[in-house]
Design a protein. Structure first.
Length: 219
């Protein structure tokens, strides 16, 4: 029986963990997330780019746990707002704002703006304890709708209109969104090369940690 190597998803989000576990079914990898370990400090996402934040989260988890780790960072970039909300997408309307409040603030900012072009961007970082990382990026172009539509998804999905399907992201099924979204595209690109990813991880695990890669470090 082929040995399964651990890969930590640097999140406590069970839905995101399940999505990646399903995506990588058939590969010799055992998906864990931060809930499988003891208390871990929260990483401050203060990077200037999605790449900065994704790498910071993945690298921190890898160093703390001594295992390869994967993290992603994503957000909405609106052309007429100079790229805002960007890396501040989750905090655009304040730290504890709801999705509805974030969408409302963005629509308010867009009043009177003819240019509605926007894009969702995603960066996935896979890091090892010694520091190096692999990066996967994807982008999905669309428009900011005049008003929210749809009940699915989360975040800015109700106001992100995707012209090829003539629907907002919140009007798409989960399967439709996975095929076209920034995050779905980045994950699928990673999946296509995952055999190479595993080889890269084995080569870059530091000598003192190599014995852990093939068994889960006990807490």
């Amino acid at each position: 029986m082929e040995k399964k190597n651990p890969l930590v998803i640097a999140t406590r989000n069970s839905g995101k963990t399940s999505e990646i576990r399903d995506l990588l079914t058939g590969f010799p990898v055992e998906i864990k997330n931060l809930d499988d370990f003891g208390p871990i400090p929260v990483v401050e996402e203060d990077g200037q780019t999605f790449d900065d934040n994704a790498y910071k989260k993945a690298s921190f988890a890898a160093r703390i746990l001594g295992l390869p780790a994967l993290a992603d960072d994503s957000g909405l970039v609106v052309e007429a707002l100079g790229g805002a909300p960007g890396v501040l997408s989750a905090r655009y309307a304040g730290e504890n704002a709801s999705d509805e409040q974030r969408c409302a603030k963005l629509l308010q900012e867009m009043i009177g703006k003819a240019n509605r072009r926007a894009a969702f961007e995603c960066v996935i970082s896979i890091a090892v304890p010694s520091g190096p990382a692999l990066t996967y990026e994807a982008r999905c172009e669309g428009l900011i709708a005049e008003r929210p539509a749809g009940q699915n998804g989360f975040g800015y999905d109700p106001i992100f209109f995707y012209p090829p399907l003539k629907k907002t992201f919140a009007q798409l099924s989960r399967e439709e969104k996975s095929r076209v979204s920034h995050r779905g595209r980045a994950l699928n690109e990673m999946k296509q090369e995952f055999d190479k990813v595993l080889i890269w991880i084995r080569r870059h695990m530091p000598p003192e940690e190599k014995f852990l890669y093939g068994q889960v470090k006990e807490e």
